[in-house]
Design a protein around this ligand. Structure first.
Ligand code: AMP
Ligand code: ZN
Length: 472
């Protein structure tokens, strides 16, 4: 297969052409959410861009298998094995059990993904499903001399590797090796950046989830879960591993250390990292208390796909600053675009030459380090191009498999001209309310909402792409 997909590989610090281990097939892994709270829209920026990456690879002709873990155990509030247990923190906050918290926020995460048209990965595996696999991997690391026990815990010995700091430049390495003021000292560690594979001496008296192991009752470290779940479902060679930039160190660095020591060879060739979404106060994070969620954007009247478009309009390697003003502008641009598409006719036949030309341009934008804003520009360009409406429609339908902005649904969504924004927000809120009612199986309420809108002259239509509406 012709290799043409290029993106920035954090490991080599260059834009590289992807050459998968198995011709034409991509084994892809995504670090999943830690399910102790709602995902904020910063987390979702990473998942949106990873979704576009997956869909772009498929668009370019690759077969993709994508795996994601769900972190429901082991993630402490500092990525360097210190601080509070995040799941326990969530359980205490809400007076629920850890597993109830995990279930609730896993479901909430996938609900958000659905609203943002993020495809569910082919395999989704909660960490708590894989305890025997973690134990096996740790046993092998101990046997091979890459791990040691101290004070009851099992640690990875970073001094056993030729180059543990694989992602870092010389000056960054010096900083990482130097003393980090922010990290509590763990006297059991032989080297400062050694990390826990298995905790038995939990400092959390009320640790909820624990399992028997050869080293005593305890629970796994966070990093081991991604190594194990990746290898379990994708085999010994992974092509692309994704995450936000905060995962580069220590999480991904530790994943590589464990996996390659366990396997005895290079594990994953390409590393894709998404820069952060910031607000005026800096990086968006769950620990900050007040954070932005998709539901909050909806309550304020925004269509979630407008946020998706906001992300796609900027490059994944650049930090992105969120503001309501920027989202308002995006919302106006999105509505205009959708109306233009809705106005296209559907007669005639597809002009194959033009179709191939624009498909090629679109694919080339995606293949060029995932230039999503260029891909959207191509949609605008084709709307202006001298080409029949049928060809335009077919191209947009095709491109929307990657962009996933409901541009195809918009085709059936005509007749909204003259609808003011206030009414539009009201209708969108009612559609969400009806969706929730249907989910609760409260069909009487769902029907009542449809009737209420009908009385206001708004017709709802349930389509494969979701609910669309128009004026009666
Ligand atoms: P977590 O649920 O904290 O494990 O994070 C889930 C994903 O979101 C990880 O891939 C993080 O790297 C990513 N992430 C965290 N904060 C941000 C942010 N502000 N912007 C973009 N991605 C983020
Ligand atoms: Zn991970």
């Amino acid at each position: 297969m012709e290799n043409k997909f290029r993106f920035y590989n954090t490991l080599t610090r260059t834009v590289e052409t992807v050459v998968p281990h198995e011709d034409g097939k991509i084994a892809m892994y995504t670090c999943g959410p830690t399910v102790y709270h709602f995902a904020h829209i910063g987390n979702l920026r990473s998942y949106i861009m990873e979704d576009v990456l997956e869909k772009s690879l498929r668009f370019a002709g690759y077969e993709v298998k994508r795996v994601m873990n769900i972190t429901d155990v082991g993630h402490l509030s500092s990525d360097a094995d210190t601080g509070e247990d995040k799941m326990l923190k969530g359980a205490k906050r809400e007076h629920k059990t850890v597993m109830e918290i995990a279930k609730f926020y896993t479901d909430a995460f996938f609900e958000d993904c659905k609203k943002l048209n993020i495809k569910t990965p082919d395999v989704v595996e909660p960490a708590t499903n894989c305890i025997p696999e973690f134990i096996h991997m740790i046993e092998v690391l101990l046997e091979k001399g890459y791990a040691y026990t101290a004070g009851g815990n099992v640690y990875f010995d970073t001094s056993k590797l030729k180059d543990y700091y694989v992602f870092s430049s010389q000056s960054e390495k010096e900083l990482l090796v130097g003393v980090r003021e922010d990290v509590e000292e763990d006297v059991n560690k032989k080297n400062k950046n050694d990390f826990v594979l298995w905790f038995t001496k939990s400092k959390f008296e009320d640790q909820a989830l624990k399992w028997e192991s050869p080293w005593g009752v305890g629970y796994p470290g966070w990093h081991i879960e991604c190594s194990c779940i990746g290898i379990k479902h994708l085999g010994e060679y992974m092509d692309i591993h994704c995450g936000g930039v905060d995962n580069i160190f220590p999480h991904h660095t530790n994943e590589i250390a464990q996996s390659e020591s366990y396997l005895g060879h290079e594990w994953c060739k390409y590393w894709f990292h998404v820069q952060h979404l910031n607000d005026k106060a800096g990086k968006m994070s769950k620990s900050k208390g007040d954070f932005l969620t998709v539901s909050l954007l909806q309550e304020k009247g925004y269509d979630p796909v407008v946020y998706r478009m906001f992300c796609l309009q900027s490059h994944y390697r650049k930090p992105l600053e969120f503001s309501y003003e920027a989202l308002d502008n995006m919302s106006a641009a999105y509505k205009k675009l959708v109306r233009k598409i809705a106005d296209l006719g559907d007669e005639g036949t597809v002009d194959q030459e033009q179709y191939d030309l624009y498909r090629e341009k679109f694919q080339e934008a995606l293949c060029s380090d995932l230039n999503t804003s260029m891909a959207i520009t191509i949609v605008y360009d084709l709307l202006k191009a001298d080409m029949n409406d049928k060809t335009k429609r077919e191209l947009i339908r095709e491109f929307d498999q990657v962009l996933s902005l409901n541009l195809a649904a918009a085709e059936t969504d005509g007749g909204k001209d003259g609808v003011d924004e206030e009414l539009e927000r009201f209708v969108l809120a009612k559609i969400e309310e009806r969706k929730a009612a249907k989910k609760e199986k409260d069909f009487a309420k769902a029907d009542a909402i449809r009737e209420e809108l009908l009385e206001k002259g708004i017709v709802l239509k349930d389509t494969r792409e979701g609910v669309v509406w128009h004026k009666a």
